[in-house]
Design a protein around this ligand. Structure first.
Ligand code: HEM
Length: 147
């Protein structure tokens, strides 16, 4: 075999061996909740997220009087339920919760950025990250008062 065809053979072999894992990830038809890893990883991501928000000077003023223990509990149940998990969100609806806070579009984007940072800390893959963000995105209209 020439050097070039050896390289080609190695590349083909690598592609064939690698392929099942890749296509399996793309066609994994389990719920988002299961693909995220269930309640444990969701709790870890929410914990990290709340810590990041607490240190984010752009938006932490909004949370000055917030009950962070309750907030974490509600966020965990919300993400768990919205991703197809066995939890029940028992908090208030998003419009009532954020009414009168004067949340700006920039603050909303900053918070989403903090969530992405938390998800990245735990190496949550692009597909799951995208799906979670598209569940939360439509809530923007009920949360933002100053676009
Ligand atoms: C998709 C985006 C968001 C989601 C899913 C979300 C979700 C929640 C949830 C589930 C609660 C608890 C509800 C309850 O106590 O009954 C809450 C409370 C709160 N949220 Fe949000 N929120 C979002 C965006 C924001 C933004 C952008 C801000 C401000 C920058 C914000 C500030 C607050 C504050 C201050 C509370 C009150 C906490 C307390 O009273 O103890 N939220 N949010």
């Amino acid at each position: 075999m020439t050097r070039m065809s050896t390289l080609l053979a190695v590349a083909l072999f690598a592609t064939t061996v690698g392929a099942p894992a890749l296509s399996q990830a793309a066609t994994d038809d389990r719920s988002l909740y299961e693909r995220l890893g269930g309640t444990g990883p969701i709790t870890a991501v929410v914990g990290k997220f709340v810590t990041i928000v607490g240190g984010d000077k752009r938006i932490n003023g909004y949370f000055a009087k917030a009950d962070l223990v309750q907030l974490k509990k509600h966020l965990i149940n919300m993400v768990c339920q919205a991703s197809g998990g066995p939890c029940e969100y028992t908090g208030r609806d998003m419009k009532t919760t954020h009414k009168g806070m004067g949340i700006t579009g920039a603050a909303f984007n900053a918070l989403v950025g903090d969530l992405v940072e938390a998800l990245d800390t735990f190496n949550v893959p692009e597909r799951e990250k995208g799906e979670l963000l598209s569940v939360l995105g439509p809530m923007q209209k009920d949360i933002v008062e100053k676009p």
